[in-house]
Design a protein around this ligand. Structure first.
Ligand code: SAM
Length: 390
């Protein structure tokens, strides 16, 4: 079957040659020609030079997602090789944890495809018309490559609406349990990939959980704990840990996880962190280690200013609760809050709290969520570890 060709502007072609994987609709010179929604197409510039093979969407502003710069046949064998390579890049990780990301979309040059592994269950997201069109084949290949006993799709994410795709979640292969156990660096967790936040857990923080265990000490506070991952990692190195989350379900899950690991020095409370930090300050409470891992406050560029106020408030309040020589582990998972902006927020909070802070580590999302050079959107999580040295 002949592959359709889509012609793009010089600007679109240059962006692609600079390493980005997206070409916007405004850069299509032929409006996409006769490309079918979700088809893999050849992309050429206005002078006819080959730009790459891409997935086409007839709905999204991201009209083309580049799969390769080379002129290749995008067939089952191509997908098998790309999936195999992405999985092979994680070799050895299973010695540390049995839940991690196998395919990180653009970060693995497999745009709009996410695959997470929870022990022998895979969770799949096909986030564009292109990857959704080959979903059945991807499931078969993933089972072939990993021997997974079940594959779940968590396609209940809003970005799919931009592609004109339905929001849906469920088991697409095998028999998946409602809940299952995974182990991260020796700590056990119950996860619910079918219904939990994200694909069941915040796998992107996995290595930061480990860093927290290494640096945490004394009395620790884990704000926005979700299933207790930071708290339970820190339990091993701290005298006591208090975890807070606004969700009753998250608090119940954290308590179950603490029990599962036999920790008696961890407590979880249902609370709005903004209120709790103020109340604890009024009560004169102090901590030696504080983790701040809020949800993304900046969902788009327009909300960055308002988000910065939220980040500043929690950082300021946390600093007021931190003992001398205390450790602050502070995160933002907002792509739109850039690293310099986040550092400025931390600096302003330190100045207002009259605390002298030294940065001990600047971290990002875990290495199974790699950042593709040329695609800034693949870097979204920033984690700063600082120590109060006043
Ligand atoms: C990014 S997740 C935390 C992930 C977790 N720290 C981990 O490492 O797995 C954010 C969590 O914040 C909780 N949350 C959102 N707003 C909150 C608030 N105002 N106070 C307390 N928790 C909140 C959510 O329920 C969610 O569990």
């Amino acid at each position: 079957m002949k592959t359709t060709t889509v012609i793009v502007s010089r600007k679109g072609a240059e962006r692609a040659r600079d390493g980005h994987l997206w070409i916007y609709r405004s850069d299509l010179l032929d409006g996409g020609g006769d490309a079918a929604p979700g088809a893999s197409v050849h992309v050429r510039d206005e002078r006819g030079r080959f730009v790459g093979c891409a997935l086409y969407s007839d709905r999204s502003q991201i009209a083309l997602r580049l799969l390769t710069w080379r002129e290749e046949t995008i067939d089952r064998d191509w997908w098998r090789e790309r999936l195999r390579a992405s999985i092979a890049r994680r070799a050895g990780l299973e010695q540390e944890a049995d839940a991690f990301r196998l395919v990180y979309a653009e970060g693995d040059a497999l745009p709009s495809l996410i695959v997470d592994r929870y022990a022998d269950v895979l969770v799949l997201q096909t986030l564009s018309q292109g990857t959704d069109a080959v979903k059945g084949m991807l499931v078969e290949l993933l089972v072939e490559l990993t021997g997974a006993r079940a594959v779940i799709e968590r396609n209940d994410v809003r970005v799919r609406a931009l592609e004109g795709l339905p929001l849906t979640a469920g088991v697409v292969y095998g028999d998946a349990p409602e809940e299952m156990e995974v182990v991260q660096h020796g700590t056990r967790f119950r996860v619910a990939p079918l219904g939990g936040q994200k694909t069941g857990a915040f796998l992107d923080q996995r290595e930061n959980h480990l860093a927290a265990r290494r640096l945490a000490r004394g009395r620790a506070l884990d704000c926005f704990t979700f299933n207790g991952a930071f708290a339970l990692h820190m339990a091993a190195s701290c005298e006591s840990v208090l975890g807070l989350d606004i969700s009753a379900e998250a608090v119940a899950a954290s308590r179950r996880n603490a029990e599962l690991n036999g920790f008696s020095n961890v407590e979880f409370r249902e609370a709005n962190v903004f209120d709790a930090l103020r109340e604890m300050q009024d009560a004169g409470e102090r901590f030696d280690t504080i983790v701040l891992d809020p949800p993304a406050f900046a969902k788009n560029r327009a909300s960055v200013r308002a988000a910065a106020r939220g980040y500043k408030e929690i950082n300021l309040r946390a600093l007021k609760l931190l003992n001398p020589n205390g450790v602050l582990i502070t995160c933002t998972c907002s792509y739109h809050m850039t690293e310099p902006q986040f550092h400025e927020v931390i600096a302003e909070a330190a100045s207002d709290a009259r605390r002298r802070l030294q940065i001990v580590e600047k971290r990002i999302q875990s290495s199974d969520h790699p950042v593709l050079v040329g695609v800034p959107e693949t870097l979204y999580l920033k984690c700063v570890i600082a120590r109060a040295v006043d």
